[in-house]
Write a protein that binds this ligand. Structure first.
Ligand SMILES: Nc1ncnc2c1ncn2[C@@H]1O[C@H](COP(=O)(O)OP(=O)(O)O)[C@@H](O)[C@H]1O
Ligand SMILES: [Mg+2]
Length: 368
């Protein structure tokens, strides 16, 4: 097993630069997620780590070894793709043995390795079956098994769960997490699914247009997003963004924005954030779950601000209720527990957890 270090990595296809100076690292045994929208360069980055794409400039180290010009087969990497091509005419066992066979691993050792990995992935009952006789989830497990028998220095996943249905995807996500907890392999996991990234990784690299926007632990990425892109990409429903203005009356800073019906919301600010702002104009970011119905327990609470807003649409999902509220001419999504659920048409008294609010600079889109 080994660490991974990437320095100022660039990739161009012709005149198009798709990776624009990526820095990244994974400690030995760490689980890193690369997340970002389709086309941002995730697969290209992974293919460069694997040696399947050439490096335009920059460095890739596996452990202490610069691997830029090392052949893929000599990088000691195992990769699992979204479309896991298993050999259809071979049994599961033969699929798993194939790589070892071609590397000349002795039969007895092959048997031992397959038994160990099959137990780990709980695929022993399917060893004699052909891929066609397996469900999507079982096939995905076999594809992981085939990668695991190699005991590689690095494990690369490229959207391994994207082809599975929603329920299975969640189950397999848990399986992958358990697997990593047991074997602790250094893993780079590419996904466009921010929930997968949040739940699996110890650190997340959020990518956009060939650049890493933020590389940090899930808590930081979610609660202190580096910029508006990261804030909007991580979390569903997305963070609400409201054009606002900072004022201070009597030394107490507040952030103001127009309300429906002509009034102005003035929500007090904390943590010296107002002092860091370069201009009075800011973008206020509030996550849906940081709105709640005013109650005895929250309306006077330190750090909470109160306001009210008309409710346009209510969407119960069972465990929680989403609602679209009108903040001035802007629609804002709130996420409520069913016992405090909004009613359509009501002017809802809200408590806003301002300790969790984010302010962004409209000029740079960066977190203030
Ligand atoms: N072989 C290639 N030739 C030209 N452009 C490519 C090639 N591979 C990828 N690209 C382009 O590079 C960008 C990043 O692609 P990719 O790494 O597959 O993104 P992601 O995996 O994040 O969806 C896309 O705009 C894609 O069209
Ligand atoms: Mg991709």
């Amino acid at each position: 097993m080994a660490s991974l270090t990437i320095r100022n990595l660039r990739k161009s296809f012709g005149v198009v630069e798709v990776l624009k100076g990526v820095d990244l690292e994974a400690n030995t045994g760490e689980f890193i997620a690369l997340v970002g929208p389709s086309g941002c360069g995730k697969s290209t980055l992974l293919a460069m780590i694997a040696g399947l794409e050439t490096v335009t400039s920059g460095e890739i180290y596996i452990g202490d070894r610069l691997v830029n010009s090392v052949q893929p087969k000599d990088r000691d990497i195992a990769m699992v793709f979204q479309s896991y091509a298993l050999y259809p005419t071979m049994t599961v066992k033969e699929n798993m043995a194939f790589g070892m066979e071609s590397r000349g691993v002795p039969k007895a050792e092959q048997e031992k390795t397959i038994a160990r990995v099959a137990a780990l992935l709980q695929i022993e009952p399917f060893l004699k079956r052909k891929p066609g006789q397996l469900s999507g989830g079982q096939r995905q497990r076999v594809a992981m098994g085939r990668a695991l028998v190699r005991d590689p220095a690095l494990f690369l996943f490229d959207e391994p769960l994207s082809n599975l249905d929603a329920k299975l995807r969640v189950d397999m996500r848990t399986e992958i997490k358990k697997l990593h907890q047991r074997i602790g392999k250094t893993t780079i996991y590419v996904t466009h699914d921010q929930v997968e990234a949040m739940t699996l990784a110890s650190r997340i690299a959020v990518m956009h247009q060939g650049e890493v926007q933020q590389f940090a632990d899930p808590d930081t990425v979610y609660n202190r997003p580096a910029n508006i892109f990261v804030a909007g990409f991580m979390g569903s429903p997305s963070m609400n963004f409201i054009d606002a203005e900072i004022t201070s009356s009597g030394g107490a800073p507040a952030v103001n924005f127009p309300l429906s019906g002509g009034g102005v919301a003035s929500l007090p600010l904390h943590n010296g954030v107002a002092d860091r702002a370069q201009s009075k104009k800011v973008i206020l970011g509030i996550r849906p779950e940081h709105l709640s119905r005013q109650s005895a327990s929250n309306s006077g609470k330190q750090g909470f601000a109160t306001m009210s807003a008309p409710v346009e649409v209510v969407e119960p999902t069972g465990a929680e209720t989403m609602a679209v509220l009108k903040f001035g001419d802007r629609e804002v999504v709130g996420r409520f527990s069913p016992d405090e659920a909004p009613r359509t048409g009501e002017d809802m008294p809200l408590a806003v957890d301002m300790t969790r609010a984010c302010l962004f600079d409209p000029a740079t889109t960066r977190l203030i």
